[in-house]
Design a protein around this ligand. Structure first.
Ligand SMILES: [Zn+2]
Length: 54
């Protein structure tokens, strides 16, 4: 588990550059853009439709 959390921390910093949906924690329900933060407004379409992906 120690190794996993180390990798997880690195991914946390870099995944913003490649949000491909697999690791996204949030998603815009308007345009289905995967997001790594709970944006108040979707950075892609501008709708306030960001919801937790899970
Ligand atoms: Zn959107």
């Amino acid at each position: 588990m120690g190794l996993f959390s180390d990798v997880g921390r690195k991914v946390e910093k870099t995944k913003q550059a490649f949000t491909d949906g697999e690791r996204a924690e949030y998603v815009c329900v308007a345009c289905e853009e995967p997001l790594d933060e709970n944006y108040e407004y979707c950075p892609r379409c501008g709708e306030d439709s960001v919801e937790p992906a899970a």
